[in-house]
Write a protein that binds this ligand. Sequence first.
Ligand SMILES: Nc1ncnc2c1ncn2[C@@H]1O[C@H](COP(=O)(O)OP(=O)(O)OP(=O)(O)O)[C@@H](O)[C@H]1O
Ligand SMILES: [Mg+2]
Length: 255
Amino acid sequence: MTDVQHPKLSVRGLTRRFGGLIAVKDVDLDLHEGEVHAVIGTNGAGKSTLINMLSGEMPVSSGTIKLEGKDVTRMPQPHRSKAGIGRSYQRTTIFQEFTVLENCRLAAQAQSHTRPWHIWQASQHCASSLERARDALGRAGLEAYANTHAGSLSHGAKRQLEVAMCLATQPQVLLLDEPLAGMGSEETERMLGLLGDLKSGHAVLLVEHDMDAVFRIADRITVMVNGSVVATATPDRIRIDPVVRTAYLGEEQHD
Ligand SMILES: Nc1ncnc2c1ncn2[C@@H]1O[C@H](COP(=O)(O)OP(=O)(O)OP(=O)(O)O)[C@@H](O)[C@H]1O
Ligand SMILES: [Mg+2]
């Protein structure tokens, strides 16, 4: 159930400048457990920059990010990952020559080593990383491919693996940057099924250009234009929002 009073992740006034360019401008956003919250917007709208700030990979220019009420705005990325914010990338990050299981295990292991001086715990970490990796593969429906080289997977299965790698870090919040990019219809269906399953127990932020998929899967949609949020509402309301239609969906119809 969505707890409207207590968002998992709460963002206020988030801004990122690159010199004179304001890529993300004064963004407010609340992500709730049990919801897929899509962020849509044309190329360069600031979606990936927003994810980069939420994951801790890019410092904010101003604004605050709270995870379960705790201010994590200046928390370094590895600590934020350990605290429960996981992400997948717009461009692939898998090691092609490693197996599917090894990729997941590396993701789990990288995250558990925020304190490298705890080296004596290494073997214990290995065992728990393997368990987390297997669990993540199961949730992502990839158990059968555990020992397959990642490089030989289909494009859709590679994107599933990236979600599994994110799950291996045991996140509460999943930040997914275009997980459906380049997928055929069957692969899209499989991924949408997975995202639907994942929302129980997680807050999912989905950046995606596939509008049919977004309107089917999202519980809430935020529309960004030139770095600013122009609307946040349910899919039904977004579809008929005149500002959104002019600023974004209208453009799509002329493509
Ligand atoms: N590291 C950077 N240095 C300078 N400018 C950047 C940097 N990263 C992003 N930008 C700029 O910030 C703006 C937002 O980029 P961003 O990648 O967040 O857009 P996006 O909404 O993810 O687009 P797309 O749908 O194409 O992935 C763009 O104008 C981009 O050129
Ligand atoms: Mg992007």
